[in-house]
Write a protein that binds this ligand. Structure first.
Ligand SMILES: Cc1cc2nc3c(=O)[nH]c(=O)nc-3n(C[C@H](O)[C@H](O)[C@H](O)COP(=O)(O)OP(=O)(O)OC[C@H]3O[C@@H](n4cnc5c(N)ncnc54)[C@H](O)[C@@H]3O)c2cc1C
Length: 464
């Protein structure tokens, strides 16, 4: 397959070192991995995705304990455009809804107090994380000219960095020019490289003060779902992260029948972990005093089944704490994108961050004419300030984060309507820039390379 002519004029470049399409192997088939693979495919390269889980096309996108609404806006939408992924095509047969904006629902009456459409008539996409994955996989089926192979239910068991080959648990083996670690928060790929590269420091994140813990909540009673209009993300009784967020999301069962219902997250406690037991106690108290009933208006509760309300009490708590930051975004011929680079992303930015990183990697390679060796180093220099800003924004404790965002945005005249930085692309970009300029970044810089054995042991200790 001939390469598509990219933004840079390849003919005029004297440093073309890779005239053939790149062989890109992506480990992890989440939003970051699939967007990267499709992006490279759309630019004329050959990508293979290795994903340990089954495809949502086989198991559906319904996970009562994990499904929550995610929206693609601002940087995420810009990333799709940069990756030449047509948004309407991605929505396919309804795997994602058009996202129109945020709405404030009165916590007592369930009435819609205010609607905040995305500015300038813009729209985004909304669904669950697995709806996003399903949409990408479906998009690929319709794109015979996009050379991407998906391999599910397998993992890499051997990296041969000399021969640039990976071998998988099912015996599949493939060479690569560029490896992409997109295998999420605990990235085994990043761990493999961190063990061998003293300049790749992986720092575990400490829990954040004021971290929100939440449970997912499902609204299954179709005839009562009119309270939620398609395409809106509802803050119930106040803004997130301290209040519930719900939306009507597509959701598909294992036969890919649309079960379209409402899903949301209900914050259970925003206090430090030692108060968790009392939050559980609260959930298990009499129903009229329960947290669920106190957080959701009757109109919404009526759209849930009795079984769901009961199972909410014993449902596992989730939280977005923990995660890692890496001192650089590549090692050897491997790049890290999405949660494998920085996790967690700031609230509500996980999928956007994943797509943004994918677009930055693919478009950078388009511009540097596929020179993997130097391309990764340059991409790292270009991308790192953004990753640091994402890390900062998610690292600060929530009240500080919101306040800092407000203060910082005021400095650039952004942020007129409230404390949510994701509502406009400009606002988020301004905030990112401001946070970098103000030096609010808390990621340790890698020390210069040392060769002494004791020093190496120190570094490995740091990498944890
Ligand atoms: C409560 C909550 C609300 C959120 N809301 C939003 C929101 O509103 N908007 C938003 O944009 N984001 C949101 N997010 C974040 C978002 O879901 C994630 O950050 C995002 O999915 C990260 O994408 P990723 O592809 O980097 O990683 P992942 O989605 O974690 O994908 C990594 C993939 O790698 C696979 N994998 C792991 N190990 C291996 C291996 N050894 N071999 C092969 N495959 C492997 C995994 O199975 C997985 O499929 C939210 C998150 C939470 C917790």
């Amino acid at each position: 397959m001939g390469l598509k002519k990219g933004k840079a004029d390849r003919q005029s470049c004297t440093s073309v070192s890779q005239p053939e399409p790149l062989r890109v192997v992506v480990i992890g088939g989440g939003p970051a991995g699939l967007a990267t693979a499709i992006g490279f495919g759309n630019f004329g390269h050959k990508a293979t995705v290795i994903e340990k889980r089954a495809s949502p096309a086989d198991i559906g996108t319904v996970d009562r304990d994990r499904s929550y609404p995610v929206d693609v806006t601002a940087r995420g939408m810009a990333a799709l455009k940069a990756l030449e992924i047509d948004e309407a095509e991605l929505r396919g047969r309804g795997f994602l809804h058009v996202f129109r904006g945020h709405a404030a629902m009165d916590g007592a009456t369930g009435r819609i107090a205010r609607k905040m459409p995305l500015p300038g008539g813009r729209t985004g996409l909304i669904g669950t994380r697995d709806d996003v994955v399903l949409a990408f996989e479906h998009y690929l089926k319709g794109r015979k000219d996009c050379d991407v192979t998906l391999k599910h239910e397998t993992t890499v068991v051997e990296f041969d960095t000399d021969r640039q080959t990976v071998t998988c648990s099912d015996g599949y083996s493939t060479p690569y020019d560029l490896l992409v670690g997109a295998d999420g928060k605990n990235s085994p790929t990043r761990a493999f490289f961190a063990e061998r590269d003293t300049r790749l420091l992986v720092t575990p994140r400490k829990g954040r003060v004021g971290e929100v813990r939440y449970k997912t909540f499902n609204l299954d009673v179709a005839e009562k779902l009119d309270v939620l209009e398609e395409g809106w993300l509802y803050g119930v009784g106040g803004p997130p992260p301290d209040n519930p967020v719900v939306s009507r999301t597509p959701l598909f069962d294992a036969d890919l029948r649309k079960v379209g219902r409402g899903v949301g997250i209900v914050p259970v406690n925003d206090a430090p972990s030692d108060a968790l037991s009392s939050a559980f106690a609260l959930c298990k108290s009499e129903s009229d005093r329960s947290l669920l009933h106190s957080k959701l208006p009757k109109k919404l509760l009526a759209a849930s089944t009795e079984a769901e309300r009961q199972s909410f009490e014993t449902r596992c708590l989730s939280d977005a704490s923990g995660g890692f930051v890496a001192s650089k975004l590549y090692s050897g011929h491997c790049a890290f994108v999405g949660d494998a680079a920085v996790s967690p992303a700031p609230a509500g930015q996980g999928v956007n961050h994943a797509l943004d990183a994918a677009a930055s990697l693919v478009t950078h390679f388009d511009a540097v004419h596929f020179d993997v060796e130097h391309g990764l180093e340059h991409w790292n220099d270009e991308r790192m300030p953004d990753e640091e800003a994402y890390a900062f924004l998610s690292d600060a404790n929530k009240p500080l984060w919101v306040q800092t965002a407000v203060d910082a945005a005021a400095l650039v005249g952004a942020h007129r309507d409230g404390p949510y930085m994701k509502q406009t692309e400009e606002r988020y970009r301004d905030l990112t820039t401001v946070h970098v300029q103000l030096g609010y970044i808390a990621i340790p810089k890698p020390p210069p390379p040392k060769h002494d054995d004791d020093d190496l042991a120190d570094l490995q200790g740091l990498a944890g």
